[in-house]
Design a protein around this ligand. Sequence first.
Ligand code: AMP
Ligand code: MG
Length: 403
Amino acid sequence: MLSYEEALDHLLAAAMPVAEVELIPLADLRGRILAEALVSTETVPPLDNSAMDGYAVRCVDVPQAGVALPVAQRIPAGSVGHALAAGTAARIFTGAPLPRGADAVVMQEFCAHGPDGSVIVNCLPKPNMNIRRAGEDIAAGAAVLSAGTRLGAAEIGLAASIGAARLPVRRRLRVALLSTGDELAEPGQPLPPGGIYNSNRYFLRALLESLGCAVTDAGHVPDSLAETRRALRAAAECNDLIVTSGGVSVGEEDHVKPAVEAEGELSLWKIAIKPGKPLAFGKVGAGGTASSAAFIGLPGNPVSCFVTFLLFLRPYLLKRMGARTTLPVARTLVAASDWTKAEDRRNFLRARIAADGRVELYPNQGSGVLTSCVWADGLVDTPARQTFRAGDPVRYLSFTDLL
Ligand code: AMP
Ligand code: MG
């Protein structure tokens, strides 16, 4: 059996990033992977400006609180004033450029109106008070986002703040999804005797799409070698990767393995983790041709399928998408539950953080109990042959970093 790290190393070593780059407008960038570093041609903010609504002054003109100054100009955001004459103040608003000569802004809450239209400054201003300096966020020429960044809300906002309208991103990874198993019925259909509803198909699609893959749902293949081979060949045509669920155990109804072997190459890995021991990796079609695709076969049990997606497929996909960071960061937290079953495989237990910050375990850790994945907000990574008690430290991986 392979360890988790060995299997992951094999997968990542084989994961070549897609080469094609496209220029995409800001509105469509969420989840895309930046192909080159983004360098700012702008200074942000472009000018020294006021952080408050108030009065711009020269500190030398206000040696003590209570000084009255004539208000010589008014500078709303979006307009540029003129140099501040000695002994005067400028009415100024948040975001408006600081007039030349001013070295502080006094909040309007600390000012009063004098009878002659002057402003009475009721505090002692200090240089730089309430001023946002030009370039304090971004200097012209600075790299603001590095290649391989996954673009989320903050990154897209930052790109907009330097005036970039489009960004070069890797093209989407094209993934075909196949589910196997004659027992599977589709939601919306009546459940035949011996049938179960196909759940993997739907959560795998959601997981792939939330990572930014272009998913082709290639449907549900019957348990037959010929049908499985045909479905694999068709899926390899215009996709980078084929993902299947089920059919990779060693029963005679498990046709994925022989079908991939017949159509390409396959390694079947037994990985010393729970849930999700079997994982198949290979390719369909002659390597490097347009009609070939990488292949990953996930286990059929829904929880095994879900967890192996997060632990293996997700980092593999991110690397192929050109992302810089592929692995989640674990946190050490305190257990709220006991785990008393020492098992011979490393266990990724469905868990969630309670109100007191400790981690509790879902009571049923069965590999078919998909409720555990809904209840949980992460996984507790437990070494083989190890137990823990409430109060012990545990290694927690958040779904926030995994989905
Ligand atoms: P297999 O890996 O094909 O032997 O399947 C292992 C278990 O997972 C069996 O109980 C299957 O019925 C179940 N299973 C396989 N595929 C799915 C699916 N798409 N949705 C729900 N359960 C599945
Ligand atoms: Mg099956």
